[in-house]
Ligand binder design. Structure first.
Ligand code: GAP
Length: 438
């Protein structure tokens, strides 16, 4: 894990937020390569969920919502973690923190930080939503929340979306956006953070067809991950037992990845029944029922949700791609990212800085960069230039050499196989597009 974090920082994938001030705990900024990788992952998701489907519409709801939304959704009363405080050192822990010895609230309990005995309080519920105030007065009446999930924006807009886009059940609403949770134990780099991005899709179905749709989305999401090139041996489902199910769920399965710190969830598929729509109907007083045109049957749709964190998917992509290998006796670090999500698609290298090679290489750059990101590099030996792009996950290295000047061909080196092919300059664009498209 340390190697991945260090590569991420060194190569500009991820920086600590406000680093020059000492950083802000578990908050991260995505650097030049990171923002490209993240954008490519979200675009790939959007394409599969929205652009290539007729039964899913996109939405971008606001982060700030009416406070009643969170009462209806159950987050005000139920989105809590039990916490204990140490009265001696003032640190806070989750009740289930494995480092706590004994029973919090009793004399035998020992604080894992200062070691004092009998100073841990009995557990108290702590709400994970971030609070803020709307308007100039910081009073209870003006209190609102930063959304802890994007899903509620889709529920409160479900009639708007359905009617404006003339959809019928079954149909879905997809969103990509920020969510905030005041996590007590954030950590593992971008795995658990307090500010994060979600890609969530709510699929509205007729009650009774929900199990079938659950299975459909469960399989579709696993296929999406393997199509992205994620090692199937490191992917598995984890069905939730009765004690794990969220307050809204009838059935849930996590998609887990074997991270360097163990198997962990990075996506959830949930059968949320009509819980959210019925609560919003009750709290808003607005009818949210659907009427089947043919049969005039009325019902509140059930919702099958797929919910994935962008940061977690980003970490899956990085961890799965990170490879150390020996090439002709030399160690190399390479990110074997799927070409469709790689931040830079090709490195363009003049073999030497003379004989017209830099000029040809720069022409290639201006031709290709209109279609996808490429990187010009004429510094250092060709081997070093290849290595730099290997670490950035760049799938192709295009080298302009003596032959290019003579016959208008370049060598194209494949990042993973290291095979080199000679390609005509007039073929280069289509050769690349064929290989980097999803
Ligand atoms: N709308 C349902 C929902 O939010 P969740 O299982 O709480 O369900 C869905 O979250 C996904 O969001 C998780 O699988 C994870 O990828 C991501 N996620 C949740 N909390 C996170 C956090 N604190 N940091 C980073 N990602 C998080």
């Amino acid at each position: 894990m340390e190697k991945i974090v260090s590569l991420a920082k060194r190569r500009g994938f991820v920086f600590q937020s406000s680093e020059i001030y000492g950083g802000l705990g578990s908050v991260w900024d995505y650097g030049p390569l990171g923002v490209e990788l993240k954008r490519n992952l979200t675009e790939r998701w959007w394409r599969s969920m929205v652009s290539t489907r007729e039964d899913i519409e996109g939405l971008d709801a606001a982060i700030l919502m009416h406070p009643k939304v969170w009462e209806a959704s159950g987050h005000v009363s139920g989105f809590t973690d039990p916490l204990v405080d140490c009265k001696q050192c003032k640190n806070r822990f989750r009740e289930d923190d494995e480092r706590i010895k004994g029973t919090p609230g009793e004399q035998d309990a020992q604080c894992p930080v200062c070691g004092s005995r009998g100073t841990l309080t009995v557990p108290r519920q702590f709400n994970l939503m971030f609070k803020t105030f709307m308007g100039p007065v910081a009073e209870d009446a003006a209190q609102i929340f930063l959304r802890p999930e994007t899903a509620q924006g889709s529920y409160v807009n479900y009639l708007n979306v359905m009617q404006s886009s003339r959809q019928k059940i079954p149909f879905g609403i997809a969103q990509i956006g920020k969510a905030f949770r005041n996590e007590i134990t954030p950590g593992n780099f971008v795995f658990r953070t307090r500010e994060f991005e979600q890609m969530e899709m709510q699929f509205f179905v007729k009650p009774g067809t929900d199990e079938e749709w659950f299975d459909y989305w469960r399989d579709a999401r696993m296929k999406w991950h393997t199509d992205l090139g994620i090692n199937p041996d490191k992917l598995r489902f984890h069905p939730h037992g009765p004690n794990e199910l969220a307050h809204y769920a009838k059935r849930a399965e996590d998609v887990q990845y074997e991270f360097p710190f163990g198997w962990q969830e990075f996506e959830g598929i949930h059968n949320r029944t009509d819980f959210d729509l019925s609560r919003h109907q009750e709290f808003s007083g607005k009818k949210l029922e659907y009427m089947e045109a043919a049969t005039k049957e009325r019902y509140l749709p059930y919702v099958i949700e797929t919910a994935i964190g962008v940061g977690r998917l980003f970490l899956v992509a990085l961890a799965d791609a990170y490879t150390e290998e020996s090439v002709e006796g030399e160690e190399r670090v390479v990110l074997k990212l799927h070409p469709s999500v790689a931040p830079i698609k090709a490195g363009i290298f003049p073999l030497v800085k003379k004989d017209g090679m830099p000029e040809i290489a720069k022409n290639i750059v201006s031709d290709l960069q209109a279609r996808f990101p490429v990187f010009y590099d004429d510094g250092g030996s060709i081997g070093r230039r290849y290595r730099r792009q290997d670490e950035a996950g760049t799938p192709f290295g295009i080298t302009v050499d003596g032959e290019t000047v003579e016959n208008q061909t370049v060598t194209v080196r494949d990042r993973d196989t290291l095979k080199q092919e000679r390609i005509g300059l007039d073929q280069l664009g289509s050769y690349m597009l064929e290989r980097i498209q999803p």
